[in-house]
Design a protein around this ligand. Structure first.
Ligand SMILES: [Zn+2]
Length: 132
């Protein structure tokens, strides 16, 4: 694949490691074998952020075009929305849940005064015992 230059290995810091473009159009580097002073690591970018980080590792670009294409290629962070900058007090917290009052037991119905026995008509003295 296309070599965009050589750079510093992000793992061991060895300089002069070739940095290339993969088939998926992302940067990658393969460090040198340990016998050659490297660390046997590989670093593959999978998105624009890691492409940018690997491009920053390049110390010697193969050409201006490659540098323009890969360096400062990371997407800019989105500006913060304006409505978040207002100094608005946060809404008051909801009232703490109070222990629910237990339902009062049903009150006993007020006692009615005992109905007085209807006054009996006074019997005539002697009443039915009296012979007419
Ligand atoms: Zn290395």
């Amino acid at each position: 694949m296309t070599t965009i230059g050589t750079g510093r290995c992000p793992i061991c810091g060895l300089d002069g490691v070739p940095i290339k473009v993969s088939k998926k159009n992302h940067l990658y580097l393969v460090c040198l074998p340990a016998a050659d002073g490297g660390c046997d690591s590989q670093a593959f970018a999978r998105g624009p952020h890691s492409d940018q980080r690997l491009a920053e590792c390049v110390t010697k670009w193969s050409g201006k075009e490659a540098k323009q294409q890969w360096l400062n290629n990371a997407p800019q962070p989105e500006p913060e929305p304006d409505d978040l900058t207002e100094d608005e007090p946060p809404p008051p917290p909801p009232p703490a849940p109070r222990p629910r009052a237990r339902a009062a037991p049903p009150r006993p119905a007020p006692k009615k005064p005992a109905a007085k026995p209807a006054p009996q008509p006074a019997k005539k003295k002697g009443g039915w015992l009296k012979w007419e």
